[in-house]
Design a protein around this ligand. Structure first.
Ligand code: NDP
Ligand code: GUE
Length: 286
């Protein structure tokens, strides 16, 4: 049986470190770090994430604020809000939930965020810092994937990794991080030929595709480590939606370790967001 990597437990460990840092800052007379989340429109999945994020802030002792804006919000109105948050010294982290409504240019919004407050790590300055290995705020989901991998194998150097997906928010940054840690990385996407063959050669497979049960058991070599980023909602038995990943979990039990969905990458994403907010607050007040 593959080890089931317990993302909730590893997230709780990271939260304990984050909480200790916040407590120490407050004890030293510094301001309690604060995260502001901006949600435009009423996408139900995004609503769920924002609620999770706000609750997580409470658990570790971060201040949190939410701005829920109507779907009809104009780009100028959103940019004006970001300008105010950038200028507000009590705001240490800014997260604008994506996807945004179609009439808003996502790049323009991300680029308007002060890179020092960009706790998502999506701003080009932080992307550039990641690619050159010069610090900055690193994107939450990719860093969460790395922490889960390192819980199984602290030293990833020399391993062959396949990342399926090349998005700016998951695939590309996770590939960058794996490269920095000494992996030999292949990035696959919808144009890739012989994906099963490439997967079978990999010691690490990170699946960030967005298709339920996309990665099959016979794609995974014995002893590989599998990280499932996918969050796919499928109709469950009781009329409620059920969450499933991109990996056919039951078929990969010959792997060394695999993350479940839910309870894998998702909780780590939020734990890293909180840690990033503390990192931003420290750097802003340094
Ligand atoms: N757990 C978490 O915290 C998070 C989970 N997610 C989840 O992760 C998944 C991926 O998210 P995201 O990166 O934003 O998604 P995108 O839709 O932006 O990217 C999906 C990627 O998968 C590739 N792809 C699509 N079909 C195939 C195929 N048949 N074969 C190979 N590659 C394919 C696409 O290729 P191409 O570029 O060629 O189109 C693209 O690069 C989603 O399920 C999302 O919900 C996302 C963020 C956080
Ligand atoms: N600016 C921005 N930053 C993001 O980081 C961001 C975003 N926009 N838009 C959407 C995606 C998705 N995402 C998730 C966060 C937590 C869980 C999570 O906690 N998942 C739980 C289950 C949650 C549930 O029950 O719905 C789990 O996997 O166990 C999942 C997905 C962050 N994203």
């Amino acid at each position: 049986m593959a080890e089931k990597i317990d993302g909730r437990a590893i997230a709780r460990e990271l939260d304990a470190l984050t909480k200790a840092e916040i407590d120490a800052m407050v004890a030293a007379g510094r301001e309690r770090p604060g995260l502001t989340v901006v949600l435009v429109g009423d996408d139900p999945a995004s609503e769920v994430y924002v609620t999770h994020k706000v609750r997580a802030c409470e658990r570790v002792g971060l201040r949190s604020a939410e701005h829920r804006l109507p779907a009809a919000t104009t780009q100028d109105e959103l940019l004006a809000l970001i300008g105010r948050l950038n200028a507000d010294a009590h705001v240490h982290g800014i997260l604008v939930q994506v996807p945004l409504p179609d009439h808003i240019d996502e790049r323009a919004v991300i680029e308007a965020i002060d890179p020092a407050k960009d706790v998502d790590g999506f701003h080009p300055v932080n992307v550039g810092r990641l690619s050159t290995g010069t610090g900055g705020l690193r994107p939450c989901t990719p860093l969460g994937c790395i922490k889960l991998l390192q819980s199984v194998e602290p030293d990833l150097a020399g391993m062959d990794a396949l990342v399926i997906g090349r998005s700016n928010i998951v695939g590309k940054p996770v590939a960058m991080m794996l490269t920095a840690l000494g992996c030999t990385v292949t990035i696959a996407h919808s144009k890739t030929r012989d994906l099963p063959g490439k997967a079978r050669a990999a010691d690490i497979v990170v699946a960030a595709v967005g298709i339920a049960n996309f990665v099959k058991g016979d794609w995974i070599k014995d002893g590989a480590i599998v990280i499932d980023v996918g969050i796919n909602r499928t109709p469950g038995e009781n009329g409620k939606d059920r969450l499933v990943g991109d990996v056919a979990f039951d078929e990969v039990q010959h792997a060394r370790a695999v993350t479940p969905v839910p309870g894998g990458v998702g909780p780590m994403t939020i734990a890293v967001l909180l840690a990033n907010t503390v990192q931003a607050a420290k750097a802003l007040s340094a």
